[in-house]
Design a protein around this ligand. Structure first.
Ligand code: 6R9
Length: 649
């Protein structure tokens, strides 16, 4: 790993919210006296009833209990909208940039407030009440942000399903969350292509359990084209808001009232719906957004994520809007109409902070140094990275070609579970090491433990855990607190298990090395290997499937599948194609296997467990590092697998 150090740019430090002296003093207070620290910083929000208690948390596996600001009341939508109206009602809240470069829209805080109030009333008219879960399955259009804020305004809980997920995935999430109302659009537009979004909801509702729950599907007309219509449940968004009043008082919510659920993949079982609550999440999202990106009034901030992921929740919508920022929302893709699109958008809207993912940087990098054409990037001040470890080459390219050697890169390590950024170099405080997530945010106490849970000191590599709670932390898995406890708090007692591995260097900086569990990270998206395997074995031809990650130049990791066929089925290229399509249909295009290898036998222990370590090494072409294979019930399987692997090339 590169150990090159880029010192903090003194000009950046001089104007930054946080310089190194401040970082150290604030960090110390945040961990030594969290009540005083967060008691003070919680005041960045407007509370209807101020809190008197700050931290009340326990990671004890017998009683995992996480409560912040618990006796305060507030409303997330009020904090993102109403409180800004007096001072910045006419300031742009959302710059929307359409898939087609000729389409964009500036939405002021006043406009956004009105749209949110109307849609809040529309949701109420559809029977949505405080505490109900509303499923959003939407493209990157302003109505997605409006729907999120309308839910939180009326105390409903939103559950966003990424638009790239399949009807099966939508159905499972509707059922898991017991959601009565779905908001979608007739079609979505990406890279000039029309994608049938509503048709996927229709297919999801062919599942009887989902159909039995859903009473209305609210459809935004994104594309002027006909769509199949079911009079019983379908209703146009445009009709509802036209009929709704533009006034809607925000619901007074307890700090610990659920705010949203977001499903994410784990190493076992079906995706889990992580639950986030109102007060702590909002404080944490707002504060991390301001400090990490050194956001100042008047800045134009752009995060390229999708609202279907946690990054879109915290860093397109809630963090920036709570701070009264101007946040850019992009409907399109980096390579449409051509590869210079990111540069064109930065130039067009004079973007100051640009936050994207290593996979996007690598794909730009592949196109060469002039990929952004003659786009003027001089407005940029801060760059960010999220989703997976950024390899030093991509970091250097990002710094040089996009940042012109003057913009700090904030490499932000965090998770759906953490609600907000956890480990990152603050732009005015932390010298940067390419590829290194660096130092913890305020209140975050990372540690490394070995397999037995013994904490490692000094320079070390091990399992990354967090020793105490921070306000943005997920409180539970929706409807299954036991699973929450089991997944995150039992492996290493009294600590939150991240599922990531990390190394700490002599300066105390953390380098994230990737997942240590059966989760793979494909283009920054989490995929549980168990999820892909269960999709595969649902296919009649498949007797057994094993899925592992392998290094992939663009995606970071690719999905490598080993399948053993049922007797009577023949290996063929057609079958490979069919299996790939099958997984896309079951989960969605992001789970599409990159390589499928037929495996007449799997390497198994005598007790019948598949030895994934061996499959991983074979997928990585690391045949010499297979380790001890003597405990396999049939060691000759390994030679067959290697031979098949070599034949593929
Ligand atoms: C925000 C988000 C979380 C997993 C996480 C880790 C990986 C994210 C990273 C990173 C190294 C970074 N990850 N950011 N690894 N450096 N800057 O991505 O949430 O979708 O839940 O994924 O992504 O492995 O555990 P989520």
């Amino acid at each position: 790993m590169s150990e090159k150090i880029y010192p903090v740019n003194p000009e950046v430090a001089a104007q930054a919210h946080i310089d190194n002296a401040k970082y150290e003093a604030m960090y110390e207070q945040s961990v030594n006296d969290p009540d005083a620290f967060w008691g003070e910083h919680g005041k960045r929000l407007d509370w209807f009833k101020p809190y008197t208690k700050v931290k009340n948390t326990s990671f004890d596996p017998h009683n995992v209990n996480i409560r912040w600001f618990e006796d305060g009341t507030l409303n997330a939508s009020y904090n993102c909208l109403d409180r800004h109206l007096e001072t910045r009602g006419d300031q742009v809240a959302i710059i929307w940039e359409g898939d087609d470069p000729s389409e964009s829209e500036n939405i002021t805080y006043r406009d956004l407030h009105e749209r949110v109030c109307r849609f809040s009333n529309a949701l109420k008219a559809q029977g949505v009440e405080k505490g109900d879960v509303v499923t959003l399955y939407m493209p990157m259009i302003p109505e997605a942000a409006v729907a999120m804020l309308a839910c939180t305004r009326i105390g409903a809980v939103h559950s966003i399903v990424f638009g790239g997920f399949s009807p099966e995935a939508v159905a499972a999430r509707i059922e898991g969350a017991k959601s009565k109302v779905v908001v979608t659009s007739n079609y979505s537009l990406r890279g000039g292509k029309i994608v049938p979004l509503k048709a996927n909801v229709d297919k999801a509702l062919e599942h009887p359990a989902a159909a039995a729950l859903v009473t209305s599907v609210i459809v935004v007309k994104r594309v002027d084209q006909d769509v199949a219509w079911n009079e019983k449940v379908d209703v146009w968004y445009e009709d509802l808001v036209a009929a709704a009043s533009a006034e809607c008082a925000p619901e007074e919510m307890e700090a610990e009232a659920p705010m949203f659920i977001l499903y994410t993949s784990g190493s076992t079982g079906a995706p889990k719906g992580l639950e986030h609550t109102t007060g702590g999440y909002m404080v944490y999202a707002a504060m991390t957004h301001e400090y990490a990106f050194d956001y100042k009034q008047g800045d134009i901030y752009w995060c390229t994520a999708d609202v279907g992921w946690v990054t879109g929740h915290s860093y397109i919508v809630y963090g920036p809007l709570a701070n009264g920022a101007t946040t850019l929302m992009f409907e399109g893709v980096p390579n449409y109409p051509d590869n210079s699109r990111f540069g064109r958008v930065i130039e067009k809207h004079k973007v100051n902070q640009f936050y994207t993912a290593p996979t996007a940087i690598r794909s730009l990098m592949q196109q060469g140094e002039d990929v952004l054409g003659d786009s003027d990037l001089s407005s940029l001040r801060i760059l960010g990275s999220v989703g997976e470890p950024i390899n030093p080459e991509a970091w250097e390219w990002y710094y040089r070609v996009i940042g012109k050697n003057r913009c700090p890169i904030v490499d932000t390590w965090w998770q759906t579970e953490t609600g907000g950024l956890m480990i990152l170099p603050l732009p005015g405080a932390t010298p940067m090491k390419p590829g290194c997530a660096s130092r913890p945010f305020f209140g975050v106490q990372p540690a490394l433990v070995d397999a037995e849970g013994v904490e490692l000191e000094g320079e070390a590599a091990g399992n990354l855990v967090i020793k105490d709670s921070w306000p943005g932390q997920s409180r539970s898995i929706w409807g299954d607190h036991e699973r929450f406890t089991q997944t995150y708090f039992t492996t290493y007692k009294g600590m939150y298990t991240t599922g990531d591995g990390a190394r700490r260097d002599a300066d105390g900086y953390y380098w994230i090395t990737g997942r240590v569990d059966d989760v793979i990270n494909v283009s920054g998206h989490r995929m549980g290997t168990a999820e892909v395997e269960s999709a595969l074995v649902a296919h009649p031809a498949v007797a057994e499937a094993a899925v592992v990650g392998y290094p992939h130049a663009l995606k970071g990791q690719g999905i490598y599948v080993y399948v053993t066929l049922q007797s009577g089925f023949e290996e063929s290229d057609e079958l490979i194609k069919e299996l790939r399509l099958h997984v896309r249909k079951e989960i969605g295009p992001i789970a599409s296997p990159d390589l499928i290898q037929f495996a007449p036998g799997m390497p198994k222990t005598r007790s019948g467990k598949i030895m994934r370590r061996i499959l991983r090494k074979i997928a990585e072409d690391d045949f010499d590092a297979l380790g001890d294979t003597s405990t396999l019930s049939d060691p000759s399987v390994v030679d067959d697998l290697i031979e098949n692997r070599m034949n593929r090339k």
